[in-house]
Design a protein around this ligand. Structure first.
Ligand code: COA
Length: 408
């Protein structure tokens, strides 16, 4: 890890968001499409959730890691920072590529971020804000200069497409931000992280972990799909979003009136409206795009942030709040003093250079895999080098040839 190599951290290091990006599958699935597979209606979904359509990763090669990689590359592009400068990659997800290795490590490899540590963060839909908080801590304490925080999901792979209670709600996608150490005051000012595990059963994928390992029965009874008590989650969400926002603002010495924009977790329009009403925030200060993407879990906030920036909803010195809730139960809120001007134009040749670097990263990865195989095949199970074994075998064969010739 880069940081400052064990020297004392400078007095004030702020964590500024200097890059952002999103990645969404191409395939749009509308509410009308869902009417054909479950007993639902466009009207029901719109009025209960606000969702009109979602993106679904129908291509099996499009996964949580590939979406995360695309979003992270977009964030590096905006920041004009090479992947080699990353110190840490935090990948928040509830639909990881595997139980292990971490999706973060796969992203690290795909980016060619050879100086970065990487891991997955499991805090469901609150995970991205958890990641920002960790990233800020690493930067403030001088342990890292550049931290990539990613939220990525392919929830469509763990949703029961015959269960109308859940399948209409979720979508796939990824978002990422690059946090960088800066002497400029601002950036991530505060974070509030919360958990109440007593509500773990309200939103759960019951099987596939150590509690209920995969068996024929768990598969047959659909225990690997997400199960949810929608009403209980709704009640929890409307209470906690307002509370967590107030706490994050208080920690940052800000009041509700100071907020220029709030990006809530994009789960449900009614949850957002009810929470924001409690806070007394007017609609023009609330960012919403769930109508297009549904609930993309931990990816929803960074996707929304990217779109808010693209729509010029943030300018330097604005106070931004991001607040999420989800399975766990978990919640998280952060207050940010925005410092970065809108998208800067990097020289055109830079994008070519970056593509070449990603190509090299792919080659490097394949070479490492290949050399590991070769290395492995050169050592026997007893730990003896194959070259020695081979030379012994050749010697024995030669000897047997000589003996045969002598006998003849
Ligand atoms: N289409 C049509 N009808 C549906 C339906 C669907 N997709 N899903 C449920 N229904 C039915 C129910 O079966 C129920 O029928 P019943 O009255 O005959 O029993 C009826 O609609 C009302 O269900 P109810 O649960 O009261 O609806 P609701 O107003 O609470 O809305 C949710 C349901 C899921 C939209 C809402 O509870 C919610 O958004 N909860 C939070 C979920 C969430 O955000 N989870 C992610 C957290 S990160």
């Amino acid at each position: 890890m880069a940081g400052n190599n064990g020297r004392y951290a400078p007095m004030q290091r702020y964590a500024q968001i200097i890059g952002w990006g999103k990645a969404l599958p191409d395939r749009i699935v509308t509410n009308h499409d869902l009417e054909k597979i479950v007993d639902t209606s466009d009207e029901w979904i719109r009025t209960r959730t606000g969702i009109q359509q979602r993106r679904i990763a129908v291509d099996p090669n499009e996964t949580t890691a590939t979406l995360a990689t695309r979003a992270a590359r977009a964030a590096l592009e905006v920041a004009d920072v090479p992947a080699s400068k990353l110190d840490l990659i935090i990948c928040s997800t509830s639909s990881p590529e595997h139980l292990f290795p971490s999706t973060g490590s796969l992203v690290q490899d795909a980016l060619g971020a050879t100086s970065a540590g990487a891991f997955d963060l499991s805090a469901a839909c609150s995970g991205f804000v958890y990641g920002l908080s960790l990233g800020k801590g690493m930067i403030a304490t001088g342990q890292a200069d550049n931290v990539m925080v990613i939220g990525s999901e392919t929830l469509s792979r763990i949703v029961d497409w015959s269960d109308r209670d859940t399948c209409v709600l979720f979508g796939d996608g990824a978002g990422a931000v690059l946090l960088q150490a800066s002497p400029v005051p601002g950036g991530v000012l505060s974070a509030v992280l919360g958990s109440d595990g007593s509500g773990g059963d309200l939103l759960i994928v019951p099987a596939g972990g150590s509690r209920q390992p995969a068996t024929l029965e768990t598969v047959a009874s659909g225990q690997h799909f997400a199960k949810m008590d929608g009403r209980a989650v709704f009640r929890f969400a409307t209470r906690i979003m307002a509370e967590a926002t107030r706490q994050a603002l208080e920690k940052a010495n800000l009041s509700i009136d100071d907020v220029d924009l709030i990006i809530p977790h994009q789960a449900n329009e009614r949850i957002i409206q009810s929470s924001m009403k409690k806070l007394g925030l007017p609609p023009e200060k609330i960012f919403m795009n769930l109508q297009y993407y549904g609930n993309t879990s931990t990816a929803s906030i960074p996707i929304a942030l990217t779109e808010a920036i693209e729509q010029n909803r943030l300018k330097p010195n604005d106070n931004l709040v991001m607040v999420g809730f989800g399975a766990g139960l978990t919640w998280a809120a952060t207050a940010i003093k925005w410092a970065t001007p809108g998208v800067r134009e990097a020289p055109r040749w830079r994008s070519g250079q970056r593509s070449a670097e990603y190509g090299l990263a792919r080659m490097r990865s394949r070479f490492l895999q290949f050399s590991r195989k070769v290395e492995g095949s050169l050592i026997t199970e007893e730990g003896e080098a194959w070259s020695a074994v081979l030379s012994k075998r050749i010697t024995a064969w030669r000897q047997s040839q000589v003996e045969t010739q002598e006998e003849e």
